[in-house]
Design a protein around this ligand. Structure first.
Ligand code: NAI
Ligand code: MG
Length: 374
């Protein structure tokens, strides 16, 4: 069986970890022999944006629609991050910066939106051989095992709003969150379905419905309605501020979590840090209707502070690749890849963020060796 995969490495360490993930996927296919991957690369980087004026060419989305899945790295131009890889002020050849809101809205958000990837799934657990920065009494190796379901199409990242009165010296900006019944219902159903498939069958819904009295109250109401269809799922509700405390102090009380675009964005970075490193955390941008290809990417960004050094942890990209393989229907292959990844997180080599000293290449080779051994 042949799977056609579009690769969009993007910027910074996005390119480094995507290359590593492709190497691992090719090795899996080579060793297995029953399936193949064919990769096509799309260089929609910030460098190209600076030269051409766009990230995605006019027919770019249509081109992607013929693929079975998309592997994404990260987007974020190094120059726009102060104090990091800044070019010298005297360098006249220096191209203009790309502010983060331009790069995110130029590449990643249009992909998620136009491919109807309305679910973002972010599993987090403590991989073998790694540990949480939380004290062992609070968080043993099995105490943190969550999957965060992030609403990926509306809410706080709807892009509505504007800035007026800029000339008056008191600019006024609005940032409008949009919540729709259809949008909320579909993410709730996905979250309940996910919870049903997990051993603990437990779902926590996160809002801020005390202070935000419209959209968040609608979330509460729809949660209450959809819940009736899933009597086997144990549920509870949290306000997002208190949720950070619960994640940090009682990680074992949580399992599946559903939250808005912004809240889940923040909570999933916290979750990744609590599980050991942002460098290991995967995400799947899913179109559950399977009309369009889904997109798989580590949750981290382009990491300008370490980009170009070859030291990024590729495990988040590997785990994302495993989620892609699972979505493509190769369950056993996905399990095998996770096993190989964890053999390496356990025995080493490990990158610096996990307390080791290895580089990206060494970790990639170690995972490829594990695949060959299986
Ligand atoms: P970041 O995730 O790129 O980096 C945060 C910190 O974690 C840095 O110290 C970095 O070195 C470290 N880190 C991240 N991934 C790592 C890995 N695989 N191995 C080892 N260390 C790792 O977040 P930051 O610095 O806020 O954003 C940098 C750029 O990335 C910005 O332009 C931002 O807009 C963009 N970004 C893009 C995302 C995407 O494309 N999905 C997501 C988040 C940020
Ligand atoms: Mg994020």
């Amino acid at each position: 069986k042949l799977f056609r995969i579009a690769s969009i490495p993007g910027d910074g360490i996005g390119t480094e970890v995507t290359e590593a993930a492709i190497q691992v996927l090719q090795k899996l296919a080579e060793v297995d022999g029953t399936f193949h991957f064919e990769f096509e690369h799309f260089d929609w980087s910030s460098k190209n944006f600076k030269e051409r004026g766009y990230y995605i060419p006019p027919d770019g989305i249509d081109q992607l629609k013929k693929f079975n899945a998309i592997l994404f790295g990260a987007v974020g131009s190094p120059d726009s991050n102060k104090g990091q890889t800044q070019a010298k002020a005297t360098d006249t050849k220096r191209l203009p910066d790309v502010p983060d809101h331009i790069s995110l809205w130029g590449l990643m958000l249009p992909l998620r939106n136009s491919l109807t990837q309305y679910v973002n799934v972010r599993p987090t657990r403590i991989l073998r051989g790694t540990s949480s920065p939380l004290r062992a009494e609070v968080c043993g190796p099995k105490d943190l095992d969550w999957v965060i379901i992030r609403e990926n199409s509306e809410g706080e990242y709807s892009g509505h709003g504007g800035t007026t009165h800029a000339a008056s010296g008191n600019a006024v900006a609005t940032e409008v969150s949009i919540f729709t019944q259809v949008g909320i219902e579909r993410i709730m159903r996905f979250a309940f379905d996910t919870a049903m498939l997990r051993p603990r069958k437990k779902l926590t819904m996160v809002t801020k419905s005390n202070a935000q009295r419209h959209g968040m109250v609608l979330w509460d109401q729809i949660f209450h309605e959809v819940k009736k269809e899933y009597p086997d799922v144990e549920t509870d509700k949290m306000l997002v501020d208190a949720m950070t405390v619960r994640m940090t102090l009682k990680p074992q009380t949580l399992d599946t979590i559903v939250a808005t675009n912004l809240h889940a964005d923040i909570l999933s970075d916290l979750a990744a840090a609590l599980s050991g490193s942002i460098g290991i955390a995967p995400s799947s941008n899913l179109d559950p209707t399977r009309k369009h290809p889904s997109m798989f990417e580590p949750i981290h960004g382009s990491a300008p502070d370490i980009a170009g050094q070859g030291i990024a942890n590729p495990v988040g990209a590997f785990w994302s690749a495993a989620e892609m393989v699972r979505w493509l229907g190769l369950e056993e292959v996905a399990d095998k890849l996770m096993e190989c990844i964890e053999n390496v997180t356990e025995a080493g080599p490990r990158t610096r963020d996990l307390g080791g000293s290895a580089n990206t290449k060494e970790v990639t080779e170690a995972v490829c060796n594990e695949i060959e051994k299986q």
